[in-house]
Design a protein around this ligand. Structure first.
Ligand code: PHB
Length: 393
């Protein structure tokens, strides 16, 4: 074949190839992998929570065939150690060094607030898959910041009403001294005192200390009608065991935000039996959606899911909604945000929408520990929306 004929043929092939390419949907054309920055605790008292969130997040991506809106996913992981003092550096590295497209994190409220500040300043999309810091969907709210979990106020507020209805008048609270503990207690106190109860003592210890003995002695001396608490992860395991060992379980009913008994029941054993807590998830919802999720999670990880797994899964669902609306182009920020704002997320916990400040509007369940499960008792608060105080969106 002479050279000019060869050139003609190869040009024709190139043209054909080009037109075949342009027939593909735009989203499949050369969009690079989507870089997801997972900033979670993989060590310390919240390590199990971070792992469950990552499992849940990955499960949804696997269900979607490993891609969202046609883009493959690449993970960049950071162990934030639940340490707020390292959080700003960690999140800046993810954004500036690793060039992540989206941030997922974290568990600890102090870490999440540092992430929210950087996300707001840089415009990077942030989906918070646990940390309840009221400020994130309050004064720090932003169009690019979303939460798939809860605000600290929500389970606390729901439990204040439950404890008041039980007829308890005098309550002592005990928690870690940081945003999550403070805000959970504040939510509890708001509804409990509105209903005529009184929080007579607020006990605290620094996060993540677990030297509860002196405080348990104070509770015994104060003889309240009940105790309300926020603890989670490894600290929750130890607190429930110490409360029972001090003999208090038989004399002073213990109530908590549901983290007290979520993902912890294997380790707490009989010491957690019958405890009542409030949360946006329960292990026995028995809906087709939740049953399918639980089965798939158990098969995939040889583990039972918990609330953290659900929140991670839903963070991926929210990201998928936004990405699908912009065909994988995260540059289209306004459309990305609008799609998530108007979505109904088909969560294993039950469908939810987002409030104006981007926090889930959701049922808060009253649950009771039975065996290895947080069993559904009833809905303590239907479609409870965080008030989003201080958010201007
Ligand atoms: C928080 O710091 O906001 C936090 C941590 C662990 C939980 C719940 C909330 O289980």
């Amino acid at each position: 074949m002479n050279p000019s004929r060869r050139t003609l043929i190869s040009r024709a092939i190139a043209t054909l190839a080009l037109s075949a390419l342009s027939a593909l949907p735009a989203l499949a054309q050369g969009l690079p992998k989507l870089k997801v920055g997972l900033m979670l605790p993989y060590t310390g008292t919240y390590a199990a929570l971070g792992n469950a969130i990552e499992n849940g997040f990955r499960l949804h991506i696997t269900e979607q065939g490993g891609k969202l809106a046609g883009r493959e996913i690449e993970f960049v992981k950071v162990d934030d150690e639940s340490d707020p003092s390292k959080a700003t550096d960690n999140v800046n590295k993810l954004i500036k060094r690793d060039n992540v497209d989206v941030l997922i994190g974290s568990v600890h409220s102090g870490v999440a607030m540092a992430m929210a500040k950087v996300a707001k300043d840089t415009g990077t999309v942030l989906i918070v898959p646990n940390a309840g810091a009221d400020a994130v969907t309050g004064p720090m709210c932003a169009s690019n910041i979303f939460r798939s979990s809860f605000s600290n106020w929500q389970p606390g507020y729901a439990m204040g009403e439950v404890v008041a209805k039980k007829g308890h008048k005098k309550v002592v609270t005990i928690t870690w001294k940081y945003a999550a503990g403070d805000e959970s207690i504040r939510g509890f106190k708001e509804s409990f005192e509105k209903a005529g109860g009184k929080v007579v003592k607020e006990l605290t210890l620094p996060f993540p200390n677990v030297e509860f003995q002196a405080l348990l002695t104070e509770i015994a001396a104060a003889k309240p009608d009940a105790v309300y608490t926020f603890f989670a992860g490894g600290g929750a395991v130890k607190f429930v065991k110490d409360y029972a060992a001090a003999g208090l379980k038989k004399t002073v009913p213990l109530y908590g935000a549901g983290f007290l008994t979520d993902g912890t029941l294997d380790a707490q054993g009989a010491d957690a039996a019958d405890l009542l807590t409030t949360l946006h998830y329960a292990d026995s919802l028995n809906t087709p959606r939740d049953n399918a999720f639980r089965l798939l999670y158990a098969k995939t990880y040889k583990l039972q899911p918990d609330v953290y797994a659900v929140q991670g899964y839903d963070a991926a669902q929210m990201l998928a909604v936004g990405l699908n609306a912009v065909k994988g182009d995260m540059g289209k920020k306004a459309e990305f945000t609008a799609a998530i704002e108007k979505a109904k997320i088909d969560s294993p916990r039950g469908p939810f929408t987002l409030s104006k400040s981007h926090n889930p509007v959701q049922d808060i369940y009253l649950r009771q520990v039975g065996g290895k499960e947080n069993k559904l008792v009833n809905i303590a608060s239907k479609a409870l929306a965080d008030p989003g105080r201080g958010c201007k969106l």
